[in-house]
Design a binder for this molecule. Structure first.
Ligand SMILES: Cc1cc2nc3c(=O)[nH]c(=O)nc-3n(C[C@H](O)[C@H](O)[C@H](O)COP(=O)(O)OP(=O)(O)OC[C@H]3O[C@@H](n4cnc5c(N)ncnc54)[C@H](O)[C@@H]3O)c2cc1C
Length: 277
């Protein structure tokens, strides 16, 4: 059943809340309407607005994969009003869901290619469904390299899933942190430096990257140095947005609206606007 207007959220029940890091929680939601639940299809890269009733709504990437039909998942980092209100909710609470919106990573076009995922911090949220789709359809894709960085070991958002990802055939997970602790025996380095160290080949490859703007800036520089062309480098942009439908014009970048033309773009499309990020 469609809502009367794209501005009216569907009601959903919060099924579970899991701490991912000290400031990020994973929310698993089930839409209340059974027909809507069956029809709510979405693709990696798309996003939806979550509303905390009485407080407001904010956009978040769908961190789950639609075909698993295991609830809608969102990894939400607490930064301000809406995200704090969402973090206060307990399982059983009702939230609003408006979406899915935006374009998606064209994974169909990437079949047969080597995929390099480069994520920093909460930037792993849109990358998780990409990784899970590749792992669930492993024969369709070439080698999978995942480079994931965070400020500290506790800030690695999907840590419980690393072993599953690394156990998939022809897959590698390379982790790095800005600052280690006594228990951390892994790499201490910035993500762009790990890209330079590992030197992934641009041949038959696509890179999907998401993270803080400063990380993206230097990752882009490193990938170009390794011979990647801008059309081989794909990212997903964030921006202030209200409607999600290309009406309010808050999220425009050059000739694009992030909500409608994105959030997924190649650097071929957006490199000339890079200074705005
Ligand atoms: C397409 C899209 C997908 C997103 N996916 C995720 C996700 O999966 N997980 C997640 O945790 N966050 C995601 N975000 C960011 C999320 O929407 C913001 O963190 C949220 O809107 C903040 O709302 P708030 O009311 O808690 O913060 P506010 O009280 O509005 O602001 C708190 C602080 O955060 C800054 N801020 C607010 N909104 C944004 C924004 N959109 N981008 C950058 N800074 C902002 C403000 O300038 C302020 O400094 C996404 C944003 C977009 C546009």
């Amino acid at each position: 059943m469609e809502p009367e207007s794209p501005f009216i959220p569907y009601l959903a029940r919060l099924q579970s809340v899991t701490d991912l890091t000290p400031d990020t929680k994973l929310f698993n939601l089930e839409l209340n309407d059974p027909a809507m639940r069956d029809n709510f299809d979405y693709s990696p890269g798309q996003f939806a607005f979550l509303s905390a009733f009485g407080v407001g709504e904010a956009p978040f990437c769908l961190a789950s994969v639609s075909y698993r039909k295991a609830g809608l998942e969102f990894a939400v980092r607490r930064v301000g009003t809406v995200t704090s209100a969402l973090h206060e909710l307990e399982p059983g609470a009702t939230v609003g869901v408006r979406g899915p919106f935006g374009n998606h990573f064209p994974l169909e076009d990437y079949k047969g290619r080597n995929i390099i995922i480069i994520g920093g911090g909460i930037g792993m949220a849109p990358l998780r469904p990409v990784i899970n789709t590749i792992i669930d359809h492993r024969d369709d894709y070439g080698d999978l390299l995942i480079i994931n960085g965070a400020r500290t070991p506790q800030d690695l958002v999907f840590a419980p899933e690393f072993d599953i990802w690394a156990a998939s055939p022809r897959s590698r997970v390379e982790l790095t942190v800005d600052r280690g602790d006594e228990a951390w025996t892994g790499r201490v380095a910035l993500v762009p430096d790990v890209v330079k160290e590992l030197k992934p080949s641009p041949e038959n490859a696509i890179t999907i990257t998401c993270g803080p703007p400063i990380m993206i800036h230097f990752v882009l520089e490193a990938l170009r140095m390794l011979g990647f062309s801008d059309h081989q480098i794909v990212t997903t942009l964030e921006g202030k947005m209200k409607c999600g439908l290309g009406k309010c014009a808050r999220c425009n970048v050059g000739e694009y609206y992030i909500c409608k033309d994105g959030p997924v773009f190649t650097f071929e499309q957006i490199s000339r606007f890079i200074e705005q990020f």
